[in-house]
Design a protein around this ligand. Structure first.
Ligand SMILES: Nc1nc2c(ncn2[C@@H]2O[C@H](COP(=O)(O)OP(=O)(O)O)[C@@H](O)[C@H]2O)c(=O)[nH]1
Ligand SMILES: [Mg+2]
Length: 237
């Protein structure tokens, strides 16, 4: 149901099996946000540990700006992100920010996205490749991210410096476009599809410091990325 509440920032965090860091994440996120801001934690059957219980405890005992969105119908992580976007949009949030739930993104960097929104941008994207940004992850991931960005910049003629990051903030107008168009990818490449969409709006990037020690992206996900990239290229010309 659409709310008439005047909310400012809605933070969307998909979560699966993050019990080791969820408490720290929520504390650090809550320290960065205001009274009219909300945090939407989206969980589904991928979560096998105590993350859900811990979020429940946090929102009941520590901070009620956090909410738990239980979405067992999700088929993949992309569904979880879109469910979060929809929740934040329908709750009436003026700005919608998405971030990783495993501390790959630093909650302390949230204010620079808010500043970008206050400056009137439709979209503020975190970039690991701007001056001040860093990317600390296994070599294969860095190659895929750099290579994916270089290829999409070349083929789709976009100017964003990071086409694969998931730390980003949308105005309602930008989010309406994302929700209306949707994405084709069921895996990592959906971030690139979204950034390509956003490259047609009034956008800016801000430097982020990213860490991830998870292994590389799967082959089927890479194949899907190439397939969709070439579809987008065909549609463009
Ligand atoms: N709800 C939900 N969250 C997920 C799922 N898969 C991953 N996540 C969460 O989505 C975020 C990004 O996933 P992650 O595995 O870190 O992806 P990576 O950034 O590609 O390494 C993290 O907060 C995960 O806990 C899923 O199937 N459902
Ligand atoms: Mg992660």
């Amino acid at each position: 149901m659409i709310s008439d509440q005047r909310l400012r920032l809605g933070i969307v965090i998909p979560l699966a099996n993050e019990e080791l860091t969820i408490d720290e994440l929520l504390r650090r996120v809550c320290a960065q946000i205001g009274p009219d801001d909300r945090v939407f934690c989206v969980l589904d059957n991928m979560c096998k540990d105590n993350t859900k219980l811990m979020i429940q405890g946090f929102l009941e005992n520590v901070d009620n700006r956090v909410s738990l969105v239980w979405a067992p119908e999700n088929r993949c992580v992309v569904d979880a992100y879109f469910r979060g976007y929809r929740e934040a949009y329908d709750a009436g949030c003026a700005w919608i920010l998405e971030m990783d739930g495993g501390l790959s993104h630093l909650p302390e960097e949230i204010p620079q996205f808010v500043m970008g929104m206050e400056e009137g941008y439709d979209y503020v994207g975190g970039s690991r490749y701007l001056k001040g940004g860093t990317h600390d992850s296994p070599l294969s991931r860095r190659i895929i991210s750099r290579g994916g960005t270089a290829l999409t910049r070349l083929l789709l003629r976009v100017r964003l410096t990071d086409m694969t990051s998931g730390f980003e903030c949308f105005s309602r107008t930008a989010m309406e476009l994302v929700l209306k168009n949707g994405v084709r990818s069921r895996a990592n490449f959906f971030q690139t599809e979204i950034r390509y969409m956003m490259s047609h709006l009034h956008w800016k990037e801000v430097p982020i410091r990213y860490t991830n020690d998870k292994p590389t992206i799967g082959r089927s996900s890479l194949r899907e990325s190439f397939r969709i990239l070439f579809q987008l290229l065909k549609e463009r010309s």
